[in-house]
Design a protein around this ligand. Structure first.
Ligand SMILES: [Zn+2]
Length: 600
């Protein structure tokens, strides 16, 4: 009788070309081998089961092959290749650092490194889960990594790149392995199924691929498990039964019910799900994932983000066409809120039911014209304020007083914007004649604009409208409305918050900065390093325009400069903040020691 091998081992790729889903990376490795440009140390990073160790083994075999072909693949026939294929080559050493992480283990490895290979040219040392090595072991290893003998090549593999010491990182060529896509996994599972003469439904393989979450090894072991459960005929029903997954049909059904809206039907569907033994929390996160899939299925541009086999893809697209984006946004938001509140909720079922009811309600409210979109809600507010605003100057800016330096704070916080009589001369602080420019087009009644915008930012601080909205409506003002540093901070923050998601790092940096208001409305901001300076400069014009508009002051100037080493530095990263907290709190130090706390 044949020895039973799990599919993950039986169908482990033996050449670079057969590695699934990592084409860019295997091509680079092949080219390196073909051109003979080998590094002494490689670091393979990526999630589990995506082919790091497999690629390391193929690499070791290929560089030792006596007759590699022109494409940089091994011949599979020479003495060395055969030894590799039979698992008896002395040129490959694997150390699993998860279980062998002591200095002693590394010493043994280092001894091996010194011995040159008998057959072939290189000895390859694969250290799996290298981040698990103890610090002492790391240090013992570092010396060898720095000056390895010519025949030694190290391949370090890790799932947690951020735990690798910089001293190691800087000595390795780094390869990042991707999570595999559902399509790639399904294609591979199909090949395995055909080789094993197992029949399958494509949706079933799709479920396995999604369950494996990007890891081929997991996908293959689930495949093995399901194959034996389903007795060689893998159907969708069998797979979700075996894996105890909720049938996607429920999500489609409940979405249809919410769209109608048929609240009673939705509650009954939920009841059916719960009585089948599924947990409400899983249901709600599954439903959120379903809404997300619908959202990306709506637009051809985002369709590639949908990880599903073609038949499911069609179903998503069909249902997505019946959902308005506003419904999907609000449904996603509600599911997400439910997910967050689930743990603390006392009546979890009620929470989920409420979420469904509210989602259905949102569809009902969505009649055209009263949708909850931010534009529609905020616009009237803006208009009302403008209509109500009386022509009003800020009280302080008379021609006699030295207006620029004293910068008195216009803080009429108690008075409503409209009912406020103008106390002093309504003399407009006439803007200096300026050379005509693009901004000079709207000189008419600048004070009027000043008044209403001032009232907007003083009286409506909480719920923000997107910054872009206001910016679009106004040009740069000619006026010179006084403001103080609090208002400056406030608008600075608003600008940072208005940056798109891709610029979240810059947004965080801006919030960390301390804009200093100097004479003549000059704003100066110190930044810590050249890199931040550059990215800040890139945003400078946009930020300056924003500040001028929001503060109704066209005289504002803005400058970023590098902080001197002596000036106070701020803690940005969590590590730096933690270090600072430790410095200031002996109690925290004791706590950290007692509990062996470490910031991961
Ligand atoms: Zn060979």
């Amino acid at each position: 009788m044949d020895k039973y091998l799990v599919s993950a081992r039986k169908y482990r790729p033996a050449t670079f070309d057969s590695v699934v889903g990592q084409q860019a990376l295997t091509t680079t490795l092949k080219n390196a081998i073909a051109s003979g440009k080998l590094a002494h140390a490689y670091l393979f990073c990526g999630p589990r089961g995506v082919g790091k160790t497999t690629c390391a083994r193929i690499f070791a075999k290929t560089i030792n092959c006596l007759h590699p072909n022109e494409q940089g693949e091994s011949c599979d026939q020479c003495e060395s290749c055969i030894a590799f294929n039979e698992g008896r080559s002395y040129n490959i050493h694997e150390l699993d650092a998860a279980s062998n992480n002591s200095v002693e283990d590394i010493r043994q490895l280092i001894e091996q490194v010194q011995i040159p290979p008998q057959v072939g040219r290189y000895k390859v040392f694969i250290i799996d889960e290298v981040h698990m090595l103890s610090t002492a072991a790391f240090n013992a290893f570092l010396k060898t990594l720095e000056e390895p003998p010519a025949h030694a090549i190290f391949i370090l593999a890790t799932t947690e790149k951020h735990k690798i010491l910089p001293t190691i990182l800087s000595r390795c060529q780094i390869y990042d392995f991707n999570r595999m896509e559902v399509g790639d996994i399904v294609a591979h599972l199909k090949r395995v199924a055909e080789a094993e003469q197992v029949t399958y439904e494509e949706e079933a393989l799709g479920v396995i691929a999604r369950k494996a979450d990007g890891g081929m090894r997991d996908a293959l072991s689930i495949f093995d498990q399901v194959t034996s459960f389903a007795d060689g005929n893998i159907t969708y029903k069998k797979v979700i039964e075996d894996l105890n997954l909720l049938d996607d049909d429920y999500y489609f059904k409940i979405t249809d019910q919410l769209l109608k809206p048929d609240i009673a039907g939705a509650l009954l569907t939920l009841n059916e799900v719960l009585s089948n033994g599924f947990e409400a929390h899983n249901f709600i996160s599954g439903l959120a994932a379903h809404f997300r899939n619908l959202l990306v299925a709506r637009e051809p541009a985002t369709l590639p983000l949908l990880e599903a086999v073609p038949s499911m893809r069609q179903r998503y697209q069909e249902q997505a066409q019946r959902c308005r984006p506003v419904f999907l946004y609000s449904a996603l938001k509600r599911c997400n809120d439910c997910d967050l509140n689930y743990r603390v909720s006392r009546n979890k079922r009620l929470l989920v039911e409420l979420t469904l009811i509210e989602t259905a309600q949102a569809t009902a409210d969505d009649a055209p014209g009263c949708g909850p979109g931010p534009t529609k809600r905020l616009k009237p507010l803006f208009k009302t304020t403008e209509a109500a605003a009386q022509p009003r100057t800020t009280t302080t800016q008379t021609a006699a007083a030295a207006p620029k330096t004293a910068a008195p704070t216009p803080q009429p916080t108690a008075a409503p914007p409209t009912a406020r009589p103008t106390a002093q001369t309504p003399a407009p602080a006439a803007p200096q004649p300026r050379p005509a420019g693009p901004a000079a087009t709207r000189t008419a009644a600048p004070q009027r604009k000043t008044a209403h915008t001032l009232s907007i930012h003083l009286y409506q601080p909480a719920e923000e409208q997107p910054a872009a909205m206001q910016v679009a409506e106004d040009d740069v003002p000619e006026s010179e409305t006084p403001f103080d540093k609090n208002e400056l901070y406030y608008q600075w923050y608003r600008f940072a918050n208005s940056l798109p998601q891709e610029q979240s790092a810059m947004s965080a940096r801006l919030k960390n900065m301390e804009p200093v208001l100097q004479e003549n409305w000059h704003v100066e901001t110190g930044v810590e390093n050249q890199q931040v300076l550059q990215s800040a400069q890139a945003l400078k014009n946009e930020l300056l325009k924003y500040l001028r508009q929001q503060l109704r002051n066209g005289k504002i100037t803005l400058e970023f400069r590098l902080l001197e080493a002596s000036e106070n530095k701020r803690a940005y990263s969590r590590q730096e903040q933690y270090a600072q907290m430790l410095q200031h709190s002996p109690a925290l130090v004791r706590l950290a020691q007692a509990l062996h706390l470490e910031l991961s």
